[in-house]
Design a binder for this molecule. Structure first.
Ligand code: GLA
Length: 691
């Protein structure tokens, strides 16, 4: 809805409007991000005391395109340096182009040959707005791009703005914290070459009073799997601007004559109904507009890593496959240790041919065995890496990131291949393509186990571009493999959840969210993950007890019920599971198959009642409740568990007891859980809405 003479535009979604204007100095300014406005209401924004045409003296304006111009002392999302050293941008508004769902503002520099396009895209059925930025050098001399954030979001004035973020580390990813935003700039991000375990590119802003079920929230997420930063700036009067982009300090991008720099998508979302409704809107967006095969439910996989680590033969894998198939698993994944000289983590990475001692006849017999068991076959790869003790590194020691006269720091005895080099990217693609063409591989677990260090590219006249081109080439390889092997499905892994983002999810089918498979720790990790990413991609294994990492002993049902909140998988050593556990596992796998569509494709609501936490998934007439209680205190009974979003006038049958409950009672008083009073109690409850 452009109001041409006022230069006002509104990007409307089903429930929200994002209103911007180009002011008299040709600056793009955000006026409203909130509930949907009519054209008339949007126009009235210009009459407000702080309209761009009547600035309040002493207040710094908030720019929707954070392009450094005079008097802008706050954060600048777009920063360039021209060949003569000039830094400020003076942008002149050229035009606004509207195409289906897209609104693009085109600006050109008043003097220098630079065109800046900022694009807003909305899709039907979602309140998510996608933004990207494109910088085009229309001249001949090089322009240095110091920073090119995809979006600068202007959040409306809030009393006590609060920031929700996901932080963590290996084995403890996606920990959710909410803190009051301090004045100044708060920066989160990654300088590791990957999205990182330490922070995930997603934030939520609220006024300090939102709850799971109430209050307005503003959220943004970046679709990029390399380095990134999100700058949350609270101005002197409390206003908040969030700038989101790829890259990190102090790297810069050189833009040659005629070249265009396109940034990844920064997606933004406003919702009125609290944190859970924002999370669920992100899930819907992922399913409708991000994932390659959203209509598919993910199979129950078995992964052999925790069972065998590096110590196995082809026969061991076959025995595990037999046990996994008997339990009802649908996809068998052989993890690390099958290739080159990879019988431990000191050698072989980079040599993607089957280890001749373990697989003298190649992978064929194992794959046949797995397929014969009615399961699909998947395999682990870590294509961006080499061990120095590998044929690939011996042949091409210059193919890794390194700097002259500097050490090559190893992590887990491995170095990172310079995937930014076209020849290296081509080589990796060719090896994987060969592996997939010669073997009936249905699924690949694509791992990336160490961050960049000494990230240099000797001989390149623009080495900083490796931070961008590594990720772009990774995307290109994944896209090409998918196109050429359409039945292939891919899991993204990076020492657990080190590379989870909407960029990766655009070209993978699920993610491994943590190497920590302890069911108790997983509750928090999964809860953080679910703030933005859907259960449909959240790989969750049931492993052995005591847990190999934490040594915690947790009953089998509890381990299953926690993993059943995502894409259920089994990762224990089934060779040593008792017959009783094996049989109970098969029952729980079969339960999961019944609830799978609701979990993977339904609407998620977090639940809490006393010491009990859980999740509710709703889809059609099916409501699934998964609850866990680590321990009770003082022998207090569990309170009733209130459910969310049910039809108060409908009745629901409880699959455990056959009892029929009124929606109104479940919502206002709750459901009796009937959990075992002992520690580590859990349950799966299926409710069916009666006609
Ligand atoms: C990483 C992954 C694990 C496993 C190992 C294999 O740590 O996160 O799941 O694949 O590598 O080396």
């Amino acid at each position: 809805m452009p109001a041409r003479d006022t230069r006002l535009w509104s990007i409307d979604t089903p429930n929200t409007s994002y209103v911007v204007t180009v002011d008299e100095h040709d600056r793009l300014r955000g006026l409203h991000w909130g509930p949907r406005l009519s054209p008339e209401q949007a126009l009235a924004l210009l009459d407000l005391p702080e309209s761009p045409f009547r600035p309040v003296v002493g207040r710094e304006p908030r720019f929707d395109l954070g392009a450094g111009s005079a008097f802008q002392y706050g954060h600048n999302g777009v920063q360039v340096r021209f060949a003569d050293g000039t830094r400020d941008l003076e942008l002149v508004f050229a035009e606004a182009i509207e195409e289906e769902g897209d609104l693009t503002f085109v600006f050109t520099d008043r003097h220098y040959p630079l065109e800046v396009r900022t694009r807003y895209r909305s899709h039907p059925g979602t309140d998510v707005i996608e933004r990207t930025l494109a910088l085009r050098n229309t001249g001949t001399e090089q322009i240095e791009v110091v920073r090119a954030d995809s979006a600068t979001w202007v959040v409306p004035g809030l009393d006590t703005p609060r920031l929700s973020q996901l932080h963590g580390e290996w084995g403890a990813e996606t920990q959710l914290t909410r803190t009051t935003i301090p004045h100044g700039e708060t920066v989160i991000g990654s300088r590791r070459g990957i999205t990182s375990h330490q922070a995930n590119p997603w934030v939520v802003i609220d006024d300090g009073a939102a709850t799971e079920t109430s209050g307005p929230v503003w959220s943004t997420a970046l679709a990029w799997s390399g380095t990134w930063r999100i700058t949350v700036e609270k101005g002197p009067t409390g206003s908040v601007v969030v700038s989101v982009g790829f890259g990190h300090d102090p790297i810069a991008i050189r833009l040659g004559g005629g070249e265009t720099l396109e940034t990844p998508i920064a997606a933004g979302l406003h919702t009125a109904g609290g944190f859970a409704s924002a999370a669920s809107a992100w899930h819907d967006y992922a399913l409708a507009h991000v994932l390659p095969h959203p209509e598919e439910v993910r199979p129950i996989l078995y992964n052999s890593w925790e069972a065998t680590e590096f110590d196995f033969t082809a026969e061991d894998q076959m025995r595990l496959a037999d046990r996994a198939a008997a339990m009802g698993c649908e996809l068998f994944v052989m993890d690390d240790g099958w290739f080159g000289a990879r019988v431990n983590d000191r050698a072989g990475l980079g040599d993607w041919t089957p280890n001749p001692d373990r697989f003298p006849d190649g992978l064929g017999p194992l794959i046949k065995h797995v397929h014969g068991n009615g399961m699909r076959f998947g395999i682990w790869v870590e294509p961006e890496m080499v061990n120095p003790d590998s044929d690939l590194y011996r042949a091409h020691p210059d193919w890794v990131y390194h700097q002259p006269h500097r050490r090559r720091s190893e992590v887990r005895q491995q170095l990172v291949l310079n995937l930014a080099r076209p020849d290296v990217a081509d080589y990796i693609h060719a090896r994987l393509d060969e592996l997939l063409s010669e073997n009936e591989i249905d699924f690949v677990k694509w791992d990336m186990n160490r961050p960049f260090t000494e990230a240099g590219w000797p001989g390149s006249d623009d080495p900083d571009r490796l931070w961008f081109d590594h990720t772009r080439n990774l995307y290109a390889i994944l896209d090409r493999l998918r196109a050429d092997h359409p039945a292939l499905r891919i899991e993204s892994c990076s020492s657990g959840g080190g590379r989870v983002d909407f960029g990766m999810l655009r070209r993978t089918d699920q993610v491994w969210i943590s190497d920590n498979t302890d069911a108790v720790d997983r509750i928090a990790i999964q809860d953080g993950f679910a703030q933005v990413y859907p259960a449909r991609v959240m790989g969750a294994w049931v492993t052995d007890s005591p847990n190999p990492l934490t040594r915690r002993e947790v009953p089998l049902d509890f381990r299953f019920h926690v993993a059943m909140a995502g894409v259920l998988a089994v990762g224990g050593d089934l060779r040593i599971w008792s017959d009783e556990d094996q049989a109970r596992g098969a029952e729980l796998v079969s339960d999961y198959k019944r609830i799978r569509p609701a979990v993977q494709l339904g609407r998620r609501q977090p639940l809490r009642a006393g010491a009990v936490t859980g999740v509710q998934y709703d889809r059609g007439d099916q409501t699934v409740v998964l609850v866990w209680r680590k321990a009770r205190s003082f022998a207090y009974p569990d309170p009733l568990l209130k459910l969310h979003g049910l039809d108060p006038d409908a009745r629901y049958r409880d699959g455990r007891t056959g009892r029929v409950h009124h929606g109104a009672i479940l919502a206002t008083h709750g459901l009796e859980l009937g959990l075992d009073p002992a520690d580590y109690a859990s349950a799966m409850i299926e409710l069916t809405r009666l006609p």
